[in-house]
Design a protein around this ligand. Structure first.
Ligand SMILES: [Zn+2]
Length: 696
């Protein structure tokens, strides 16, 4: 694994003994290191990687170094599509670095791992890894107060991936799935920072330090000679950052306490970050050939649509991709009346060019048979570029046979607290076939003699809405759970006597309005979705609120709370700050009001799924400890969890019982949810069409 590209010599690390102690020099020094860590109140740590930069987990998350046209790049921290963060799990770790405070004095230890480092280490490699794990997981302190984790790191996932990888790589070694023992600086900052200089979604170390620590305390960098190597410079910076991490831990843990966020942080967010490292380490099976076949089918279909559209044009050089030529075809050659200005926006186009965007096409959809074809053409092209052509670039391993894709998971990117995913965004891949034989999810597959298993909450947001609003009519709908929920809702709104009298259109309206409440959409957006006038949409809202008066009362109380406090609270007490809620600008404050409602529902559903994941993972850990390999959690797609496991009835049934107990009973009990939660379980060899309802 280690290349000789970076030959380390003793000269590279000249003077290192003045900065760092080698904990692995011999078995005695290793046990002394453990004793010192055990007696100190906090230990900051980072992994150091064997690249030419000697990079650490502090590398900015936005750092990029390669060009799009080169080969797969080698630096784990590159943000290009060819590099996934889970590659951290497979590259050589140079060492782990620890800084702890004992008796008012800071000491920094290194536990070298890379055999090419020029340090004498007589402690065995196995013992070194065990020591690293002991300190990070504080496993030498059995009755550790979970509110005072000792290990502090800048980014749990980055520092834990190599550890996970080592402990999943062989006989007798087993990766831990759940831990509350790590204080993650990035995560804590995310929870306590309302909306500040800390850039949304990146939370680089320097920004966090500037915000919470202040620049003054930053050490003058005079400790190194001018001719120090790059490795020594990187090491020096890491040591400095670890010292700052210890200071940040004190500041941030105080803020967590002040804002009543300790439970969210220690019991929900920290264990989730640890678990996500394991999920990233697992990846998911992927069949590139299956995707190539889909691409071929899609190309054929796109080509045939283009040919038919071409037939309507008199221009032999007609280009379906040119908006100008499409406009000429529609509004000149075919004489379709030009649409009036866009009814949903007040913006006026400055140029004479008539837009042929999707909205315009939709507004003249019935005018000519070519328009639906153009819409179909656009849709299929989008599917191709967004979901099909790009997916293969993420796979790791050779082509042809099954490879793996290791999506990157994020806890800091959505303000509602939902997990998000990139490279690729698995949550965004369509959950239905585009047309016969083209279902991008079908390229994601189970391994040999394994099966995929998914468990999905049913109408989770609307159930949470019922829980919060305590609206009797809404809660009753979920008690009589056999009926189609949206039809029942429409029955209540329209006053119809029988569910069979509810029309498809009435059901669609009820569904759209309740989802609009949940997702914070206003009447204009609903009007657009349903293709009706804004006034009609406003009437739908009023009718809905008349049928479910508790919903409106609750929405008003959430908005009042947000105005009074500047934030809202989720079911677990996590805050979402809403800076615009008191804005003088009515449009802004109205939007913030809708966000307030949306954040309570979405944020609570995010909390709920996270809690479910933690419960499931703890159970899987026990399953592993019983000596049998447990199913692996591979994905979280909003309210759905996906696992891989051996393809036997015994395994599937055991997992089904486990997830139903965790998701439907324990979560409901712990969060005191007053509406029943239901799930659907599916099994299949691939993630798309092959997934079928699992019936015992
Ligand atoms: Zn790159």
């Amino acid at each position: 694994m280690k290349s000789s590209l970076f030959p380390y010599s003793k000269a590279t690390f000249h003077g290192i003994e003045n900065h760092v102690l080698n904990a692995a020099a011999n078995p005695e020094s290793l046990s002394e290191f453990l004793t010192i860590c055990a007696s100190s109140s906090a230990v900051a740590f980072t992994a150091i990687f064997s690249d030419d930069y000697f990079s650490t987990a502090f590398v900015p998350v936005t750092a990029k170094f390669c060009t799009p046209k080169g080969d797969r790049c080698t630096r784990w921290w590159c943000t290009c599509n060819k590099q996934s963060r889970s590659s951290l799990a497979r590259i050589q770790v140079a060492a782990y670095l620890f800084t702890c405070e004992t008796g008012g004095k800071l000491s920094t230890f290194m536990v070298p791992i890379d055999p090419d480092l020029p340090f004498e280490c007589s402690a065995t490699l196995e013992d070194r890894w065990d020591a690293i794990r002991k300190v990070i997981l504080s496993s030498d302190v059995p009755d550790l107060d979970p509110r005072k984790p000792k290990a502090v790191t800048f980014s749990t996932i980055r520092s834990i991936l190599p550890l996970h990888s080592y402990f999943s790589g062989g006989a007798g070694r087993q990766r831990q799935l759940i831990s509350q023992s790590i204080f993650d600086i990035q995560l804590a900052s995310f929870l306590v920072v309302p909306n500040t200089a800390v850039d949304e979604g990146t939370y680089e170390f320097d920004e966090i330090w500037e915000h919470f620590g202040g620049v003054d305390e930053r050490k003058e960098k005079t400790g190194l000679p001018l001719d120090a190597s790059d490795e020594m410079r990187s090491l020096d910076e890491a040591i400095d950052n670890l010292r700052l991490c210890l200071a940040l831990r004190s500041t941030l843990s105080l803020k967590l306490k002040e804002q009543n966020l300790e439970d969210s942080f220690y019991q929900l967010e920290s264990p989730i970050a640890f678990l996500l490292a394991s999920i990233e380490c697992s990846g998911i099976g992927f069949l590139p050939t299956r995707l190539t076949n889909m691409e071929t089918r899609l190309d054929e279909k796109i080509g045939s649509i283009a040919a038919i559209v071409q037939g309507f044009s008199s221009d032999p050089d007609f280009n379906i991709r040119s908006p100008r030529q499409i406009a000429k075809l529609l509004f000149t050659d075919l004489n379709i009346p030009k649409p009036a200005s866009n009814p949903y926006t007040s913006q006026k186009k400055k140029t004479d060019q008539i837009s042929t965007g999707v909205e315009v096409l939709l507004s003249v959809k019935g005018a000519h048979e070519v328009v639906p074809l153009l819409l179909e053409y656009r849709k299929l092209n989008k599917v191709k570029t967004t979901y099909i052509s790009s997916l293969t670039s993420f796979c790791v391993g050779g082509a042809g046979d099954m490879t793996k894709i290791y999506p990157v998971w994020h806890t800091l990117r959505t303000r509602t607290g939902r997990l998000s995913c990139s490279k690729p965004n698995m949550q965004n891949i369509p959950n239905k076939a585009i047309f016969e034989g083209v279902h991008p999810r079908d390229a994601f597959v189970a391994g040999k003699s394994e099966t995929l298993f998914s468990v999905d909450y049913r109408q989770i947001e609307i159930r949470i809405l019922a829980h919060f609003t305590q609206d009797h009519a809404l809660m009753k709908l979920f008690r009589d759970s056999e009926n189609d929920i949206y039809k029942s809702m429409s029955m209540r709104i329209t006053g119809k006597k029988s569910i069979s009298d509810v029309t498809g259109n009435e059901r669609a309206i009820a569904k759209q309005v309740v989802l609009a409440v949940v997702y914070g959409m206003g009447a204009p957006q609903v009007a657009k979705k349903l293709g009706v006038e804004i006034s009609a949409a406003a009437t739908f809202f009023n009718n809905f609120f008349a049928g479910f008066p508790g919903v409106r009362r609750w929405m008003q109380s959430v908005k009042r709370f947000a105005v009074n406090n500047g934030y809202i609270l989720t079911i677990t007490g996590r805050r979402r700050w809403l800076p615009d809620i008191r804005s003088e600008n009515r449009e802004k404050s109205a939007r913030a009001g809708r966000q307030a409602v949306n954040s309570v529902i979405q944020g609570s559903s995010a909390d709920l799924v996270k809690l479910a994941m933690i419960k499931v993972a703890s159970n899987l850990e026990m399953w592993n400890n019983s000596g049998e390999k447990a199913p692996e959690l591979l994905l979280q797609i909003h309210d759905e969890l996906v696992f891989s496991l051996p393809e036997t009835r015994v395994h599937v049934e055991r997992l089904k019982k486990l997830v139903e107990r965790c998701l439907c009973l324990e979560v409901v009990r712990d969060l005191r949810i007053q509406v029943a939660l239901l799930v659907t379980c599916k099994v299949g060899k691939s993630f798309g069409d092959a997934m079928v309802d699992y019936i015992e």
